[in-house]
Design a binder for this molecule. Structure first.
Ligand code: PMV
Length: 301
């Protein structure tokens, strides 16, 4: 048996979502798959994700180890002799929800091992324990998507409201630049004075609503425009970088409907929406900037 946590992109509304505004988010068609195998006699709880070069014991002092320990403590399972082997198809630290996908897959496995009910609420509570350790103040959007998959509008107050969507393709460009979600959330707090009525945050929330309607109607031209405007607002809030700006411009110049940073910013990934016959040109433009992007079909579940 193995468990999955979906990776995700935020199409619109990152940062504003921390202040109670809506975010439009979608699962990627990839994530983190975890399977549990017994650790040889005497071994403790471990996690091994070869594609991330992560091989840690729950007692180690590293972020993934602390996340693992937080989930095990939350589940109340102690430190069983298990090795959780992960197959990760998304890069860590890129704003694609890797840490939430990791936490959700591990929470599912440990709840199953402990023979405890693994409903969405229990999985979310256990995964949140890890997210709090790794990210501090998180809205919960990553965990909600990692559990449910699909596409939806997320609000802190109401959780994820999914809507049906099929076959929409998004270009994803992981810039390779590391960043810290917590540092970017702090930056927005100092830029806005931590006030939810900041017009930029409010506008980001409104764009998420407009974008959700456009996505449901498959009006990609409008959705692309909302993405461009959201990127400009995120730039004003200080969470973009010259590399991310350059990737967005390159995507637009190559014929994309729109492009923006996704997730916390400060590095991480850019997303673009493009007509099918322009996708290759966008990927080629990113390649010139040293970024290997990929096409994902959103809404997997
Ligand atoms: O960790 P990331 O890069 O996916 O960013 C999460 C999105 C934020 O809105 C910046 C933070 C949050 O918890 O919603």
């Amino acid at each position: 048996m193995s468990s999955i946590g979906w990776g995700k992109i935020i199409l619109l509304g990152e940062h504003a979502v921390v202040y109670g505004y809506p975010a439009l988010a979608a699962a990627l068609d990839r994530g983190v798959q975890i399977g549990a195998v017994p650790t040889p006699a005497g071994g403790a709880l471990r996690v091994d994700v070869p594609s991330w070069n992560v091989k840690v014991d729950a007692g180690d002092d590293s972020p993934f180890a602390r996340g693992l320990a937080a989930i095990a403590d939350h589940v109340g399972v102690g430190r069983p002799p298990l090795t959780l082997v992960g197959d990760a198809q998304i890069p860590p630290g890129a704003g694609l929800g890797a840490s939430a996908a990791f936490a959700v897959a591990i929470a599912r496995e440990l709840l199953a091992y402990a023979k405890k009910p693994a409903d969405a609420r229990a999985i979310a509570a256990a995964a949140d324990a890890s997210e709090q350790v790794l990210h501090g103040r998180a809205s919960g959007v990553d965990v909600a998507l990692a559990i449910a998959g699909g596409v939806g509008v997320f609000r802190k107050s109401t959780g994820l409201r999914p809507f049906p969507l099929q076959g929409v393709r998004v270009l994803v460009g992981p810039s390779g630049a590391p960043r810290s979600t917590a540092a970017m959330v702090d930056k927005v707090a100092s830029e806005t004075g931590g006030k939810a009525d900041d017009t930029r945050l409010r506008d980001l929330g409104s764009l998420a609503d407009v974008g959700a309607t456009a996505l449901a109607a498959r009006d990609f031209a409008t959705l692309g425009q909302t993405m461009d405007r959201a990127h400009a607002l995120l730039t004003e809030l200080g969470v973009s970088t010259p590399l991310l700006d350059g990737m967005c411009k390159a995507a637009r110049d190559a014929g994309a409907f729109g492009a923006k940073l996704t997730g916390a910013g400060g590095g991480g990934a850019v997303i673009a929406l493009a007509p099918r016959d322009k996708e290759a040109a966008v990927l080629a433009a990113w390649k010139v900037a040293g970024v290997t992007g990929f096409v994902a079909t959103i809404g997997a579940r």
